[in-house]
Design a protein around this ligand. Structure first.
Ligand code: GLU
Length: 468
């Protein structure tokens, strides 16, 4: 049974990289019958943003990743962290350091000039037999943890196998600032331990934080969870994903007409695979996902694939669901007597709900103008004559015109009688009905619009001579 979490810092919106780690954590917890928890890492008050916090929770609701228990906010746990800082001080595992900002900067500069990795020089670290400097007046100390001075910190990462960090890479880092505020790595370790995490799945940009966090677990006697560090998502050129490539606020995907199931399916495959399977329902993800199969190398964002998946889900979800999604885009089909037909027809070509809406509107909206190029090409001298005839044929049969096949039955003999080629008749009709030549089957459109509307639109186009 895995207990996992997603722990965003609300300094910006939830982007797809974050959502992917959340999804992996969610799947693993749900698959093993464990818990998936949400923690908002909002201790850095200068960078936190209330709006971003709400947006993160909203994005979770949209994609349907439900979490267990109450959301934890680090900003509400400060007393708890302070208690552990005191404990470490009392046990001699942490100490007060009075080095000023200027001294620290000078030290760093000197180390850099000597081509050394900057690290704290342990001036204030108490040791047996060592005399510490005199405490300067008026300086509030920071608290530093006593890190081991030699050896190797190792752990087995579920994705990357064994990870070794030489202790020289981890100095006596600050666990509380001079204003008493605990630092990032300190609170993450405490929260993960107290929230009883068994498995921490996060981006591999956190890899170097892990040895520091391990020191906190050890100092406080907590069990260390299993870590899975997930490689980044790159753009197709192998560079860090930027906003332009798709590192967008997750809710932007909703605005662009993506279905959450398509986005989750896309994300599960970005960094994890099960043979060459591409389509995964949530049930399949839950059955098949295992974090030990997460890819070891970075994945590449592929917008075409996302569109392809979205088109797949648009074709396969119910019309009821599509009608609901369309509401968000101001397209209201409730009560429309040809709703099913309209959706069946339009969803075949739509890659996004926005495209679906546009395709529907193209049929439902009375054209306000006619595509000049199409009119020029397809509306010939003889067109008005046979369209007039065609209208009379429709009129004669209007009682029997309901389905696309009914229109086909009356149209075929007409085409034969006048020896017409399909585009000769259908392109002018398409233009008359929708304003352009790019539209699905004319029979389907006519069935959706119904005889009266078809008659009206063709007559109007004739009156206006197709805008020519
Ligand atoms: N708050 C961190 C972030 O937003 C994640 C911390 C973690 O997963 O350990 O990147």
């Amino acid at each position: 049974m895995a207990i996992t979490r997603f722990a965003p810092s609300p300094t910006g919106y939830l982007h797809i990289g974050g959502l992917r780690t959340a999804l992996y954590s969610y799947l693993w917890a749900r698959k093993t019958g464990g818990k998936f928890r949400l923690r908002i890492e909002d201790t850095d008050t200068s960078r936190n943003n209330e709006e971003a916090m709400k947006a993160i929770i909203k994005a979770f609701d949209w994609v349907g990743l439900n979490y267990d228990d109450e959301v934890e906010y680090q900003s509400q746990r400060l007393d708890l962290y302070k208690k552990y800082i005191q404990q470490l001080l009392d046990e001699g595992k942490a100490y007060r350091c009075y080095m000023s900002r200027e001294e620290l900067d000078a030290l760093r500069e000197e180390q850099m000039a000597n081509k050394q990795t900057p690290r704290y020089d342990e001036t204030w670290r108490p040791e047996e037999g060592k005399t510490l400097p005199t405490i300067p007046e008026g300086v509030e100390p920071v608290i530093r943890i006593k890190a081991p001075q030699e050896g190797v910190l190792s752990f087995i990462d579920g994705v990357k196998s064994i990870m070794n960090f030489d202790c020289s890479e981890v100095d006596d880092f600050v666990i509380a600032r001079s204003n008493g505020m605990p630092t990032y790595n300190f609170v993450v370790a405490i929260d993960d331990a107290l929230m009883e995490m068994t498995d921490v799945i996060r981006g591999d940009d956190h890899l170097t934080n892990t040895p520091k966090q391990m020191l906190i677990y050890e100092a406080l006697g907590f069990d260390i969870p299993k870590f899975y560090h997930v490689p980044m998502i790159n753009n197709p050129q192998g560079k860090k994903l930027s906003k332009r490539d798709g590192a967008l606020d997750v809710m932007e995907y909703k605005n662009q007409g993506y279905l959450p199931e398509a986005l989750l399916n896309f994300l599960v495959r970005l960094g994890w695979s099960n043979g060459d399977q591409e389509i995964f329902s949530m049930d399949e993800m839950l059955e098949l996902f295992d974090p030990t199969n997460i890819n070891k190398s970075a994945s590449s964002y592929n917008e075409e694939k996302l569109l392809w998946l979205n088109a797949h889900y648009i074709k396969n979800v119910s019309n009821e669901r599509l009608a609901q999604e369309l509401e968000f885009f101001d397209c209201h089909l409730e009560g429309h007597d040809k709703k099913e037909m309209l959706l069946d027809l339009s969803k075949e070509r739509a890659q996004t709900i926005v495209e679906l809406r546009d395709a529907i509107n193209k049929i439902l909206d009375v054209p306000t103008e006619y595509e000049a190029k199409g009119s020029k090409k397809f509306v010939k001298e003889e067109t008005p004559k046979f369209l007039e005839c065609y209208l009379s044929v429709l009129e004669e049969n209007k009682e029997s015109l309901h389905l696309a096949c009914d229109y086909e039955i009356v149209t075929k003999p007409f085409i034969e009688k006048f020896e017409l080629k399909f585009p000769q008749l259908f392109q002018p009709i398409r233009i008359a009905l929708t304003g352009g030549t790019q539209a699905p089957s004319v029979y389907d459109i006519m069935a959706i619009l119904g005889f009266n509307e078809v008659y009206k639109r063709i007559s109007t186009a004739l009156e206006k001579n197709f805008g020519k």
